[in-house]
Write a protein that binds this ligand. Sequence first.
Ligand code: APR
Length: 313
Amino acid sequence: MNTTSGRKKITVVGAGNVGASTAQLIAKEGLADVVLYDIAEGIPQGKALDIAEACPLWGSAVSVKGTNSYSDTKDSDIVVITAGFPRKPDMSRDDLLHANAGVVKAASGAAATASPNAVIIVVTNPMDAMAQLAWKTTGFSCRRVMGMGGILDAARFRAFLSWELNVSPEDIEAMLLGGHGDQMVPLPRFTTVKGIPITELLKKARIDALVQRTRSGGAEIVGLLKSGSAYYAPAAATCQMVKSILLDEKRLLPCAAYLNGEYGAKGLYVGVPVILGKEGVEKVVELKLTKEEKAMFKESCTAVKRLVRKLDI
Ligand code: APR
């Protein structure tokens, strides 16, 4: 709780494209006071001031502050970590491992010291491995450390399906499993239009094509932007997680969570459906998978494990 205002307090670490967009959405929705932290001097202060000056237009009364000091992030309820490098064309998220590990280690350690009771959401890529690193670094309960990836991938799948079926994306629910990487596992059986599985609405070849576009959805944007990666949808996905935790909505969302035997995986952060509430990851929801889905999930876990092994944790 932010003692000065009585409102909840959210720190966003990294005032780049994803961080600033996330701060903007939180402020626009009036969810909490926002502190935007970055190592670059002036950037978080300038962007925070700009967002704060938009608040009167949005009818939002929250405060937005930019800083280069973790002391300003003290006692945050939620810390979102977006600090680090985005990928360039021809790079996979995994190629960012070593560059971003140092950043996430420093950021999660300092943020956790300032806010020992916070819930931490990791966005920096390669996200599953970075969530595992943040969990190890902070020593927090695994319920309070998680990663954002599945909601974004599901949103991309929903967008593509809505264009294909000419139906509102709001009426499409999509489910995915696995790491937020090239081996993610979209689940057409659990993807529906108001409850109707898409397997009843589209031919397999079309579904396969949309699944493939979803898998390479991030790369498609990187290829167009040339420098930098996606940020509007990643910020919207992060804001949805923030809202579910802050308002204790208990939404069922695909997020990177620590598995301790669920889905046959142990000691690993990877994307699964979870219930998100005020305690953080309140439950990992286990779906009954087919043999083929299980095999794809296992392959995705192996890819994440390979990255985690390269980290000195
Ligand atoms: N502490 C805090 N901020 C840092 C640190 C650090 N140690 N190191 C770098 N930063 C900041 C940079 O100064 C920059 O402002 O992180 C910010 C990153 O912003 P962008 O380069 O715009 O990257 P962005 O598009 O926001 O992506 C950030 O999120 O989605 C992932 O793959 C993406 O890993 C990338 C991350």
